[in-house]
Design a protein around this ligand. Sequence first.
Ligand code: AMP
Length: 222
Amino acid sequence: MVLNLIFLGPPGAGKGTVAQAVMDKYKLVQISTGDLIRAEVAKGSDLGKKLSVIMSAGQLVSDSIVSEMLKSELSKLVSKKGFSGVVFDGFPRTIPQAEMLNGILLSHKQKLTSVIYIESSKEKVVARLSARWTCPKCKKVYNTLTMPPKKSGLCNDDNTALYQRDDDKPETISKRYDVFIEKTHPLIEFYEKKGLLKRYDGNVPPKESIAEAEKIIAKIAK
Ligand code: AMP
C-alpha cells in the first residue's frame, strides 16, 4: 500500500521528528520544503538570497516558488523503484498550495492518504524551537531539553557539530506561529471537510508524540 501523508502543525510541533521516526518503518520518503529552501539558500544563488530574507523574517515563501520546488523533488522520488509513499513536512502551508498539491499528485497517479495534524500551543513551540539544534550533515534534529545529543553539541550519528537555525530566535518563532494561524490553520477545516484529517495533542514529549502518530498510521495502513 502506498501512503502519502501530510504532517500539519505549527513550527515546532514536532512534524520533522515524527516524520523521521515513521519513515523507516513504512519505507516512506520525506519531502521537507523547509529543507529544500535551506538547500537553495546554502547554494548562495540569487534566489537563495531572496529566500533567506523571507525565512529570517518568519514569512512564507511564495506559493509558486515553493510548489515548483516540491514538484521537481516529488517527480524524482516517485519515479524511483520501490516507491511506497511520501511524508510531506511543511507543505502545504496555504490553501492554494493544498490545491496545487492535489494536481501534482494526480499527475503522478498518486493521491493523498491522510493529513495528520499535530496540535501544539504557542508557549510549547517557542520553548521547543529555542532549544532545537540540527545536524547540517544528516539533518537529524535534537532538542537540548528533551532529546539532547549524547555528546554536547555533536551529532550522535556522524559527530558533526550541530547548529541552530537563524529562524529559531524567539521573536521569529512567535511570528512564524502567527503566520501559521493566519495562513495554514485554514487547511485544518479544508482537510476535515474532505474526511482526510486525523489530529492529536502534540503538547507531549517526543516519544509520546511519535507513539500517537504511529498509532494513527497503523490504523490507516491496515
Ligand atoms: P520549516 O523548516 O518547515 O519550518 O520552514 C522554514 C521556512 O521556510 C518557513 O518559515 C518559510 O519561510 C519557508 N517555507 C517552508 N515551507 C514552506 C511552504 N510550504 N510555503 C511557504 N514557505 C515555506
